[in-house]
Ligand binder design. Structure first.
Ligand SMILES: NC(=O)C[C@H](N)C(=O)O
Length: 322
């Protein structure tokens, strides 16, 4: 029998709806969710690490989760780990673990879009699917996986795309890497393994901005008192910015604050194609770093982590090329 650890962190999967008011609240773990532990052909233990809606999760919670996973793996000799999490920031935690927590056994994250006592609740089903994937030999060495709604996604690519639909998690351009259903767990793709970072503390202030038509440098100046260590910008299209932002961009780069360019588009990767003022080529010449297809929130996590071990422009560029 496989030895699986479930670590609960909160989110809708462990929330309940108040039938009278319709409000959904975080409580202690719903007994319905725990009933699943008896019906599995696996030896399951659980830890209730946090009870937090995922907008309350910070990178320091992610670090604590990573440490707990490693400690438990070393102590208990686990065959797989399942983490339940709120869906709003699930992709950030999944990616954080993906680049910091390489283990020889599967780490699988899941959540729910409907609270545990709602009609059509997806929590129990997703948890069961995640346990199946965490118990699967084929799920090893694939990095952190996100299992929701019968699909298996790679942490680096998956993103929440819908506010309420249970089919909210999608992997732009690559799609899911596998499916899990009544017959078993099937993979049709292997994700690229992520570079790993050793991390003990999180001390860097990295901000994320989304570009818009007519955006100028005033917002960058307004951010100066925050003393940022790095900035990620979800730029326009293939990685272009309005020229009115350039004075602020140049001032940050002159202070050696790294600027990572990602796109605000749902699909595609940024490239330094355009040479007009503020175009990708121009930004790259100024010293902005183009990311490798990560979305804004994940690029922010990666820069926070990278800055703990390097401030070299060249090394940060390398880190964001694969
Ligand atoms: N479906 C969910 O889990 C959403 C919830 N707000 C959370 O992220 O905690």
């Amino acid at each position: 029998m496989k030895k699986i650890l479930i670590i609960h962190t909160g989110g809708t999967i462990s929330m309940q709806e108040d039938a009278a008011t319709g409000e959904v609240k975080q409580g202690k773990m719903n007994p319905l969710l725990t009933s699943i532990y008896d019906v599995q052909a696996a030896n399951i233990n659980t830890i209730e690490l946090f009870f937090l809606p995922s907008p309350h999760i910070t990178p320091n919670h992610m670090l604590h989760l990573k440490e707990t996973i490693i400690e438990q793996f070393e102590k208990e000799g686990l065959d797989g780990i399942v983490v339940t999490h709120g869906t709003d920031t699930l992709e950030e935690t999944a990616f954080f673990l993906d680049i910091t927590t390489k283990l020889p056994v599967p780490i699988v994250m899941t959540g729910a879009m409907r609270s545990s006592n709602e009609l059509g609740s997806d929590g129990l089903y997703n948890l069961l699917s995640a346990i199946k994937v965490a118990s699967s030999e084929q799920a090893k060495e694939l990095g952190v996986l996100v299992v929701m709604n019968d699909e298996i996604h790679a942490a680096a690519n998956v993103t929440k795309t819908h506010t309420s639909n249970i089919a909210t998690f999608r992997s732009p351009q690559y799609g899911p890497i596998g499916v899990v259903n009544k017959s078993g767990v099937f993979f049709h793709n292997r994700p690229i393994q992520q570079r790993q970072f050793q991390i003990k503390n999180l001390t860097k202030n990295v901000l994320l901005l989304k570009a818009y038509a007519g955006m100028d440098h005033s917002i960058l100046e307004a951010l100066e008192p925050l003393q940022m260590d790095g900035l990620v910008i979800e730029a326009l299209g293939q990685g272009n910015l309005p020229p009115m932002m350039l004075p602020g961009i140049k001032s940050l780069l002159n202070k050696h604050i790294p600027i990572i360019i990602v796109s605000r588009c749902f699909n595609g990767i940024v490239q330094d194609v355009y040479s007009y003022e503020g175009g990708g080529k121009h930004l790259k010449q100024l010293g902005a770093i183009f990311s490798n297809g990560l979305n804004g929130p994940k690029a922010r996590i990666k820069l926070m982590i990278a800055l703990e071990s390097t401030s070299s422009q060249k090394e940060i560029e390398e880190i964001f090329t694969f």
